[in-house]
Design a protein around this ligand. Structure first.
Ligand code: 0WD
Ligand code: CA
Length: 378
C-alpha cells in the first residue's frame, strides 16, 4: 500500500520531464481569451502553371471581376464544360511541402525578422492550419500531420489518411462534378488582367495556382505558411496584400431556417478559419440551385462570420479554434525535440479521440526532400 502511494507521487514528477503523449480536443478545454495572433503580412508569392510547374512570381494571380450591377442577378452555369473542358490535377502526386520549400530556399537569405527568424518558425500550408483550427468542432474527418525539425525550424506536412485515400479513390461522380463546379465558379468571376473580362469558354485547369506566402505568429509560435489565393480585387480600398485578396466559395441555396443554421455552424466555420489565417478580409459566396446555376452572390466579411453563431449554443468559437491550434503547436514543439530531417513524428487524430503521436524514420513518412536538405546545409 505504502509503495503504491510512492509510485503515484512520483508520476506527476515524471510528466514534467517527458513530453505529453496525447492532446485532447474537446472544445470546453480551450474556452478562454482569444490568443495573440500577429496581423499576417505577405512575404512573397509563387505560381504553379498549367503543367504544375513552380514559378517564383505572380503569373497565376487573377483579378476579381464582379458581374455588372444593373439589377440583374447572375446566372452562372457551373456544370458547363464538364467534363470536356476540365483538366484536373493528378491527385496521386503527393506534393507535400515541396513548392513552399522551393520558395523558402529561394528567399532564406533575405527573410524579414533577421537571419535567425526561420530557425524559430513553423513552416506549413495554410490548409493544414485550417484543419487544426476546426478540429475541436470536426465530427467527420480525421487527419494526420507529419512533423520534422531541421535547422531549428519545425515543418508540418499533411499525410493522407487511409480513410481519405479510400474516399478519394471511390469518389462518386456527383462529388467529382461538385469539385469542378467550385473551380468553374472562379472562372465566372476572375479575369487574367486587372479590368479585363472573364472567359467562361476556356478550360478549367486545377494545376494552375497562385500562392501567397505569409508571416504571422500565434502566441509564441512564429509562423511561415502559404495558401492558395483565388484573386485580387483591383477595386479594394487598399492594394496591400493580403487585404486586397478575395476568397471565392460556392454553397447550396438555402430555403429554410434549418439549412441556414447548419450553414453558419459548419460552412462558415471552415470559411472563417481558412480566410482568417492569411488575413483575407472577404469571401464571395455563390449560391447554387439544384440545377447547378448560381443566381445569387453574397459577400461575407471574415471578421463578421462569428456573429452568425455568437448566440448559438451549438455554434463555434474563434477563441477555441485558436487556443487549440496554439496548444497543438506547443505539443508538437515539445514532442519533436531532435533536429533531424529524417526523423518524423506522425500526429494522428480521429473525431472523438485525442491527438496521438508515433515516431518514424525515413521512408515513407520523411518529407523533407534531399534537394532541400542539401541546399540548406551548404
Ligand atoms: O496534395 C494535397 N492533398 C493538397 C494539396 C491538399 C491541400 C492543398 N494542396 C495544395 C494546393 O493545391 C495548393 O497548391 O497546396 C497548396 C496550398 O493549399 P492551401 O491554400 O494551404 O490549401 P487549402 O486552404 O486547403 O485550399 C485552398 C484552395 C482550395 O480552395 P477551396 O475554396 O476549395 O478551399 O486550394 C485548392 C482549392 O481551390 N486546393 C486544391 N487544388 C488542387 N488539388 C487541392 C488539391 N488537392 N486542395 C485544395
Ligand atoms: Ca476558393
Amino acid at each position: 500500500k505504502r509503495g503504491a502511494g510512492k509510485i503515484e507521487e512520483a508520476e506527476p514528477w515524471n510528466k514534467l520531464l517527458l513530453p505529453a503523449s496525447s492532446l485532447p480536443t474537446d472544445p470546453a478545454l480551450y474556452v478562454g481569451p482569444f490568443p495573440f495572433y500577429r496581423r499576417p503580412s505577405e512575404l512573397g508569392c509563387f505560381s504553379l502553371d498549367a503543367q504544375r510547374q513552380y514559378h517564383g512570381d505572380a503569373r497565376a494571380l487573377r483579378y476579381y471581376c464582379p458581374p455588372p450591377t444593373n439589377g440583374q442577378s447572375p446566372n452562372f452555369d457551373l456544370r458547363d464544360g464538364y467534363p470536356d473542358r476540365y483538366r484536373p490535377r493528378d491527385e496521386e502526386v503527393q506534393e507535400r511541402l515541396d513548392h513552399l520549400l522551393c520558395w523558402v530556399l529561394e528567399h532564406r537569405g533575405r527573410l524579414e525578422g533577421g537571419p535567425g527568424w526561420l530557425a524559430g518558425a513553423i513552416v506549413t500550408w495554410r490548409g493544414h492550419l485550417t484543419k487544426l483550427l476546426t478540429t475541436p468542432y470536426e465530427r467527420q474527418e480525421g487527419w494526420q500531420l507529419a512533423a520534422s525539425r531541421f535547422q531549428g525550424t519545425l515543418y508540418l506536412s499533411e499525410v493522407e489518411t487511409p480513410a481519405a485515400r479510400v474516399q478519394r479513390l471511390t469518389r462518386p461522380p456527383v462529388l467529382q462534378e461538385l469539385m469542378y463546379m467550385g473551380y468553374k465558379f472562379e472562372q465566372y468571376l476572375c479575369a487574367d488582367k486587372p479590368g479585363g473580362s472573364t472567359d467562361p469558354s476556356g478550360e478549367v485547369n486545377t494545376n494552375v495556382a497562385f500562392c501567397s506566402v505569409l508571416r504571422s505568429r500565434l502566441g509564441n509560435h512564429p509562423l511561415l505558411f502559404s495558401g492558395e489565393v483565388d484573386c485580387i480585387d483591383p477595386q479594394a480600398p487598399t492594394t496591400q496584400p493580403p487585404t486586397c485578396y478575395v476568397e471565392l466559395k460556392t454553397s447550396k441555396e438555402m430555403h429554410s431556417p434549418g439549412q441556414r443554421k447548419s450553414f453558419y455552424r459548419r460552412k462558415l466555420l471552415k470559411w472563417w478559419a481558412q480566410s482568417f489565417l492569411p488575413g483575407v478580409p472577404n469571401v464571395v459566396a455563390g449560391f447554387r440551385n439544384p440545377e447547378g446555376f448560381v443566381c445569387s452572390l453574397k459577400t461575407f466579411r471574415t471578421m463578421e462570420m462569428f456573429e452568425y453563431v455568437r448566440n448559438d449554443r451549438d455554434g463555434w468559437n474563434p477563441s477555441v479554434c485558436m487556443n487549440f491550434c496554439a496548444a497543438f503547436l506547443s505539443f508538437a514543439q515539445n514532442t519533436v525535440v531532435q533536429d533531424d530531417p529524417r526523423l518524423v513524428y506522425l500526429f494522428s487524430w480521429e473525431p472523438g479521440s485525442p491527438v496521438t503521436v508515433s515516431e518514424h524514420r525515413d521512408a515513407p513518412h520523411a518529407f523533407l526532400p534531399t534537394w532541400y536538405v542539401e541546399a540548406m546545409t551548404q
